[in-house]
Design a protein. Structure first.
Length: 293
């Protein structure tokens, strides 16, 4: 009779454990959505779902084993009512084994619950790291946008400057061409004035050397030979690589001859022949020298 009471206590204890295990399972199920919500990236969500499903399968396996043990305990209760005193010791031994097995299952269930908690904590940390990464990316994108704005502004300014240069260059060409047109019309004073304006506005222009030469031509054509010589000299001394240097030397030599300074004329013309022997101006210079002797 005392053995049966002990068995009844064991069965009652097993029922308590069963209730406890069911309560723990409900806690796991309740926290499952919260764990899934905290996992921001999709690949982490999938990984966490697989891990929790695996733990859930283990929980179900342990629950099934517990139910099986409960059935065995019920069977033992029936057997106890039928067996004699000689079998009581064997029944008690079997009961002790079942109790030990249930304790092991309970400990394993607690371990699984701890793993789920760890996964949830790890997921929260990963979510925080993901948020920091997103914020860093957001700042980088904002910085890039600012750089793009600066580049766009710089490009706009560059285009405006380039357009201004083109306009200025076109204005310079127009002014220079206007002066040449005036020379063709033999309006030498107006042409000289226009050429001077061109040089003042475009001191580093491509046609400055040519402008000085044509200013010399204007002075020469109105028979101001001394002023012409000075203008030709600007081309010779300031722009030695200009293609107008041979022309300037030739006209400077002729201007000296017009002034009656044949010696200076010879020096300049010989300089032209020596320095630019293959230039077309050389033949004219030689003829002029022949007349000066």
């Amino acid at each position: 009779m005392r053995s049966f009471k002990n068995l009844k206590c064991i069965v009652f204890s097993e029922k308590s454990r069963s209730v406890f295990l069911k309560a723990m399972w409900l806690v796991v199920v309740a926290f499952l959505p919260m764990l899934l919500v905290h996992c921001a990236p999709q690949d982490q969500v999938n990984m966490l779902e697989r891990r929790i499903n695996s733990l859930s399968a283990e929980n179900r396996s342990f629950s099934n084993q517990i139910n099986f043990l409960k059935q065995e305990i019920a069977e033992l209760k029936k057997i106890t009512q039928k067996v004699g005193k000689q079998d009581i010791a064997a029944v008690r031994s079997r009961q002790a084994e079942l109790v030990n097995r249930m304790d092991e299952l309970q400990a394993e269930l607690l371990r699984l619950n701890g793993l789920i908690d760890q996964i949830g904590h790890k997921s929260a940390q990963e979510e925080e790291a993901t948020l920091r990464f997103k914020e860093d990316l957001k700042k980088q994108v904002e910085n890039l946008r600012e750089e793009v704005k600066l580049l766009q502004a710089s490009t706009k300014v560059t285009k405006e400057v380039e357009q201004a240069r083109k306009n200025a260059a076109q204005g310079a060409v127009d002014l220079y061409q206007q002066a040449l047109d005036l020379i063709k019309q033999k309006k030498y004073k107006d042409a000289k004035k226009t050429l001077r304006t061109y040089i003042e506005k475009h001191p580093h222009g491509k046609r400055v050397a040519n402008a000085y030469f044509w200013m010399g031509e204007c002075e020469y054509n109105i028979q101001r030979f001394e002023e012409a010589i000075l203008e030709y000299q600007k081309v010779i001394s300031r722009y030695p690589k200009s293609n107008k240097v041979p022309d300037s030397l030739l006209k400077q030599g002729i201007a000296f001859a017009k002034l009656g300074d044949n010696e200076s004329a010879k020096i300049v013309l010989n300089k032209l022949i020596k320095k630019y022997p293959k230039s077309p101006q050389v033949s004219v210079a030689k003829k002029k020298l022949a007349r000066l002797k």
